[in-house]
Design a protein around this ligand. Structure first.
Ligand SMILES: NC(=O)c1ccc[n+]([C@@H]2O[C@H](COP(=O)([O-])OP(=O)(O)OC[C@H]3O[C@@H](n4cnc5c(N)ncnc54)[C@H](O)[C@@H]3O)[C@@H](O)[C@H]2O)c1
Length: 120
């Protein structure tokens, strides 16, 4: 995928919302690149997306906190980014405390800011 025009990078692209968004975007004619650290997803989700849209999407297994890697991926593929990568496991635990939720949100915010920084 050398032509960056029309590419959209989905962070958390193998997750629930990311994978469904990937299908919709691909069916609308966009090329999608899925960045995910597999912390709450499996690589074979890309195979299932591929069966639906007729072409297996490019997957970059990476963490959004890895700024250098994200910068490289953006420069190589993406012209647009949709950020879905969040650490949800602790949020989904019934006994999560408000403090834990706050820390989780802080980390999510840090990840998003790192992503924005990578695009400079
Ligand atoms: N699921 C819902 O019903 C729903 C509804 C509305 C909004 N949302 C929002 O959509 C977003 C995604 O939610 P989801 O349900 O798809 O979650 P999800 O856990 O299914 O997907 C998140 C993906 O991000 C990946 N990820 C987590 N941390 C990462 C990191 N540091 N680097 C790279 N990848 C990372 C995980 O492996 C996972 O594949 C969240 O912001 C959520 O609040 C979800």
């Amino acid at each position: 995928m050398t032509n960056r025009s029309g590419n959209i990078l989905l962070t958390g692209g193998l997750g629930y919302i990311g994978s469904h968004t990937a299908v919709v975007l691909a069916q609308a004619g966009h090329r999608v690149v899925l960045l995910d650290n597999l912390s709450n997803s499996r690589a074979d989700v890309a195979d299932r997306i591929g069966r639906i849209i007729g072409l297996r999407p490019v997957v970059e297994v990476a963490d959004v906190l890895d700024t250098a890697r994200v910068r490289h991926i953006l420069s190589h593929y993406a012209i647009g980014v949709i950020h879905f990568a969040v650490q949800q496991r602790r949020l989904k635990q019934a006994r999560a405390t408000l403090r834990a939720r706050s820390a989780e949100r802080h980390r999510d915010l840090e990840e998003m800011l790192g992503l924005i920084e990578s695009q400079r």
